[in-house]
Design a protein around this ligand. Structure first.
Ligand code: TSJ
Length: 653
């Protein structure tokens, strides 16, 4: 190594990595649990990219006891030779050179033969240590580490311990193995979530037909986990997976894959007898829950082709009846996956595709593929089933117009009577106001007395609200509890939903920590998910966390919110403590309820999130649909009702 050159190069590079350490949020969004997983995805994405380009078909992810994680592929191996400009090995460049100017989201790489190693340096910069092995006839090894430099009084991160070394040890394998340990001084938590990882790996396996992705969790012997995701049907399997437990209107999803204007386009779709629409779109394997141009193009194509088909085959016999796009999407589950260069993301969470050229390409491609299938005799039953479904939807839509008008009414006797149950707050500032939806009249009573009257409104629920799954809108609106909620929130529902009219920026569900409470919570979340999705997406929905135990003595009281906190509480109160286990919210007096659950200074809330729209969809179908076996399995796997689900994030507000 020419020392002078190497050193100056080295310092410059380390300054780059230092920028990542100083402002991690700029590169990975947050230093919370999401950011932690982000640095794993940076590595996984590189391996998937190698597979997507046809050079690898196996990836293995392993979680270790020491808090590290490894990712291995059987691809070509990161280049080991000296990079001309940098003067160091390709491996070193990949892990020390910052790409793409440090904008959050380095996902804009071109989709084939493009930049590998994008973002791997970010992972390195935020790790205690990182090791690489490259298998290419022999085994190459390199290690990076972070350490505290006493003289410079700062942490140096991602520094090569030594240059890449060819160990000369022979190997038949080919590929890359990267293992790293996230830096606990950077992240709020360094515990990887198995469910988060398995969901994403499953999604990647669906999106990359035939790619085998194995996940192993060695962290806890008693919970040993080892699973391989591999789907030879690709996104067709994905649609079948999402429709598991639903009644399908035809056996096999409609599928096509094609290329147009340099964009790879693949879609799969299948209708069920349900009333909801689930279109999940992806660009370069990245989910786009906010949709965008590709999704718009897909929807227009479906509407156009099915409308033409309906006209040409005289499906509409009634006058006063015509189809709208939404009629063709009732009960539709679809995946649209595209791969393109120079991706531009926009929207609130930068998960909406902005490239205008994607609309025309997708619309054109889906139109011609789908239209060709309408002319194929083998598809006659399928398109016939789609027409029947759309006719039902169009008729129901006409009938529902009336029901929606009721829901929209903000004044009138009905609304006034409904609102009568609500104990509103005195402030008119929606941003500062909260509404607690409380299970049961007695807890509702305590909440009304204990609350901060200026900013907290209370809405007690008497009966169970109606399960919105498997019901069309007019049925849902007959339910009084649901109508009360709609009136109180002020936003309207479905296509009339307008977040600007939201009366409370925090909507807090407060139910007991038992099975009944979990059911009510699930019903409410289902309703919000189906009819007010934006409310969840914009982060307005929370789950209140009442304590499970009160540990007390004459002069001290400590509350415990789960079993793991109980021992801590007992230790804190000390000898001679007394223990009360709360069976429900109703057992708490107003002061206790305020102290433990409502007081913004002390309470714990869970914010409901939709990280993974497709999984959320499946969860709701499983919990609220009519597949009893599926529900039992889910509930037995998530038996702890006070435990956070993966779609919730703990927040202190
Ligand atoms: F993220 C990462 F960089 F650390 C990483 C990269 C992690 C893992 C697990 C795998 C990889 C990776 C990189 N797998 N395969 C590759 N391939 C290349 O970097 C590569 C190989 C050959 C050629 C070539 O043109 O011959 C080009 C590239 C980019």
């Amino acid at each position: 190594m020419p020392s002078k050159d190497y050193n100056s190069q080295d310092i410059k590079i380390l300054e780059g990595l230092e920028a990542v350490r100083v402002r991690p949020g700029m590169y990975i969004g947050s230093t919370g649990v999401r950011g932690l997983h982000h640095i794993l995805w940076e590595i996984v994405d590189n391996a998937v990219d190698e597979a997507a380009n046809g050079f690898a078909d196996k990836i293995e992810v392993v979680l270790y006891k020491d808090g590290s994680v490894s990712v291995e592929d059987n691809g070509r191996g990161i280049p080991t030779d000296i990079h001309k400009e940098a003067g160091v090995s390709g491996v070193q460049v990949v892990f020390t050179q910052l790409h793409a100017g440090g904008k959050f989201n380095n996902d804009n790489y071109s989709f084939s033969g493009g930049l590998h190693g994008v973002g791997a340096s970010v992972t390195n910069a935020l790790s205690e240590w990182l090791t690489v092995e490259v298998y290419k006839k022999t085994v190459f090894k390199m290690e990076f580490h972070s350490y505290y430099d006493k003289t410079r009084k700062k942490t140096i991160s991602g520094e090569p311990v030594a240059p890449l070394k060819d160990t000369k040890q022979k190997t038949d394998k080919h590929g890359t193995l990267v293992r790293f340990k996230p830096d606990k001084t950077v992240f709020e938590t360094v515990e990887f979530n198995l469910e988060t990882i398995s969901k994403r790996l499953r999604e990647l396996a669906f999106l990359n037909k035939g790619l085998s992705i194995k996940l192993v969790d060695l962290r806890d012997e008693s919970k040993f986990y080892n699973k391989t995701f591999k789907y030879d049907g690709g996104i067709v399997d994905y649609v079948l997976y999402l429709n598991e437990g639903k009644t399908k209107l035809y056996d096999l999803p409609v599928y096509a894959k094609t290329e147009r204007d340099g964009i790879l386009i693949e879609f799969a779709m299948q209708h069920t007898d349900s009333y909801t629409e689930g279109i999940f779109s992806f660009v370069n394997n990245i989910p786009t829950p906010e949709g965008g141009t590709h999704e718009v193009g897909f929807k227009s194509a479906v509407t156009r082709v099915l409308n033409d088909f309906a006209k040409n085959n005289n499906y509409i016999k009634e006058k006063d009846l015509s189809f709208m796009g939404e009629d063709f999407r009732e009960g539709l589950t679809a995946i649209i996956s595209i791969k393109m260069k120079n991706v531009e993301f926009e929207g609130q969470t930068k998960t909406k595709l902005g490239n205008p050229e994607a609309k025309n390409a997708v619309e054109g491609a889906v139109c011609s593929e789908l239209d060709a299938l309408t002319k194929n005799k083998k598809y006659k039953q399928i398109f016939d089933a789609m027409m029947k479904k759309a006719l039902g939807a169009a008729k129901a839509r006409n009938a529902a117009r009336h029901a929606k008008e009721i829901a929209r009414a903000k004044s009138g006797a009905d609304a006034a009577r409904l609102i009568g149950k609500l104990a509103s707050c005195s402030s008119k500032k929606a941003e500062l106001n909260e509404v607690f939806i409380v299970e049961g009249d007695s807890a509702g009573g305590s909440a009304k007395q204990g609350r901060d009257r200026q900013h907290q409104a209370i809405l007690p629920l008497r009966g169970k609200p109606l399960n919105a799954e498997k019901k069309r809108i007019e049925e849902v609106l007959k339910n009084e509890e649901i109508r009360t909620i709609i009136s109180a929130l002020g936003t309207g529902i479905g296509s009339d939903f307008n977040i600007k009219n939201l009366n409370y920026h925090k909507v807090i569900i407060l139910s007991d920590a038992d099975q009944d409470g979990a059911h009510i919570r699930a019903i409410l979340l289902t309703f919000f998910f189906r009819y007010m999705k934006e409310l969840i997406q914009e982060g307005h929905v929370y789950i209140g966390m009442p304590p499970l135990y009160k540990v007390y003595k004459k002069d001290v009281t400590v509350y415990a919110y789960d079993d793991s906190e109980l021992q801590k509480a007992i230790d804190q109160v000390g000898r001679g403590y007394q223990l009360q286990r709360y069976k429900g919210l109703g057992e708490m007096n107003p002061e206790q309820l305020w102290d433990t659950t409502m007081d913004p200074a002390k309470r714990v809330l869970m914010q409901v999130t939709i990280d993974d729209a497709a999984e959320a969809e499946k969860l709701i179908t499983t919990l609220m649909g009519d597949d009893i076996e599926g529900r039992k399995t889910y509930i037995s796997e998530h038996a702890d009702f006070n435990k956070e689900d993966s779609f919730m994030e703990k927040v202190n507000l």
